[in-house]
Design a protein around this ligand. Structure first.
Ligand code: NAD
Ligand code: UDP
Length: 342
């Protein structure tokens, strides 16, 4: 693979930082662009002295001119409590961020990958379980999750319109719940909440009795397939023949949230007890990817199961100083972190 100039928006975030690290290791010239809304620079601090890595503090809703060959468009708050904090801004990040980055791709001829989401399927009806890419979804357009779900849907529309109208070389992935080291400990997402609660001996907060399901993918598996999709070339050599997606990526293992809590308690050896809290509005009841398309087109399937992935993630959270993290927004999904917020 030839060395490239590569932009990673949201590059200091959980997934973005893993992508930056792999690209720097591969010798590429990497620009990590982030406004540090839901992350901290510590995710990329180990890369700052590398000659082929550059950090740019910038907001994707504002235009920027850079010369690049590839763009991973990862910037967007991903945790429900973060994206609901300022829902209008969330919609702007998805839509204006996509327009700005697609404009850059059009001008430079760069290939651009969009981090879309399983949330484009909303709350899937039982006959569409597991979800395939053909499913058009069941999204409440005026609910509290709509800023994210509809924003990501609009971004997919923009990607495909730039592709059809302007020949922009796109790739689109629909990411299902992914976890691992470098998630923000106070992001309010279920894996981080449960691990941090278990390590601190606090109550494990089960919403809605924990009967709802999710499929959890370990970050290394996910980064493998994101990079495979970005670098997948069409057999004909003609970019218009490329497999562009959208393609589901995630681990099809399906667990109830209660099963996840039990696993975290077991693996941490915690004395924490589960407490029941109300289910947030529009919280999808079940979610599991059908990954046949990713297997067929990209020859990919995840290798790391939930137990192994949780062990690695728990080891990470044990290794960091939880008090050195600033809570990104004033949410109460993780109560004991209130002391840590600015
Ligand atoms: P994250 O919150 O750790 O990372 C997002 C990054 O984007 C953060 O560093 C944040 O500061 C940055 N950001 C937010 N708004 C920005 C703006 N206006 N300008 C510049 N940077 C901005 O979340 P993540 O889990 O790493 O998610 C990365 C991407 O993957 C997101 O687009 C998310 O929607 C998508 N995704 C993630 C998951 C998952 O389970 N992790 C699932 C589906 C989709
Ligand atoms: N959840 C929970 N307790 C928590 C945090 C989340 O029971 O402390 C549940 C939440 O209601 C949802 C699932 O876990 O059903 C996954 O939530 P998360 O915020 O991680 O992401 P989502 O998949 O909903 O976008």
């Amino acid at each position: 693979m030839s060395l490239k100039r590569i932009l990673v928006t949201g590059g200091a975030g959980f997934l973005g930082s893993h992508i930056c690290e792999r690209l720097v290791q591969g010798g590429h010239d990497v620009i990590c662009l982030d406004n540090l809304f839901t992350s901290q620079k510590n995710n990329v601090v180990h890369l700052l002295d590398e000659p082929n890595f550059e950090f740019v503090r910038h907001d994707v809703t504002e235009p920027i001119t850079l010369e690049v060959d590839q763009i991973y468009n990862m910037a967007c708050p991903a945790s429900p409590v973060h994206y609901q904090y300022n829902p209008i801004k969330t919609m702007k990040v998805s839509v204006m961020g996509a327009i700005n980055m697609l404009g850059m791709a059009k001008r430079t001829g760069a290939r651009i990958l969009q981090a879309s989401t399983s949330e484009v399927y909303g709350d899937p009806t039982p006959e569409h379980h597991p979800q395939t890419e053909a499913y058009r979804g069941n999204v409440n357009p005026i609910g509290i999750r709509a800023c994210y779900d509809e924003g990501k849907r609009a971004a997919e529309t923009l990607f495909f319109d730039y592709h059809r109208s302007n020949g922009v070389d796109i790739r689109v992935v629909r990411i299902f719940n992914t976890y691992g080291p470098r998630m923000h400990p106070y992001d309010g997402r279920v894996v981080t909440n449960f691990i941090v609660q278990a390590l601190k001996g606090e109550d494990i907060t089960l919403y809605g009795g924990g009967k709802q399901t999710r499929s959890f993918c370990y970050c290394d598996d996910l980064v493998d397939v994101i990079m495979a999709h970005m670098n997948n070339e069409p057999a004909s050599g003609n970019p218009q023949d490329a497999f562009v997606g959208p393609v589901n990526i995630g681990n099809p293992g399906e667990f109830t949230i209660k099963q996840l809590a039990e696993k975290v308690i077991e693996l941490t050896g915690s004395n924490s007890k589960m407490v029941d809290l109300p289910l947030p509005k529009d919280d999808p009841l079940q979610r599991k990817p059908d990954i046949s398309l990713a297997k067929k087109e990209l020859g990919w399937e995840p290798k790391i199961d939930l137990e192994e992935g949780l062990k690695r993630t728990i080891a990470y959270f044990k290794s960091v100083d939880l008090d050195s993290f600033r809570k990104p927004t004033d949410h109460d999904a993780h109560k004991s972190s209130n002391a840590s917020k600015v």
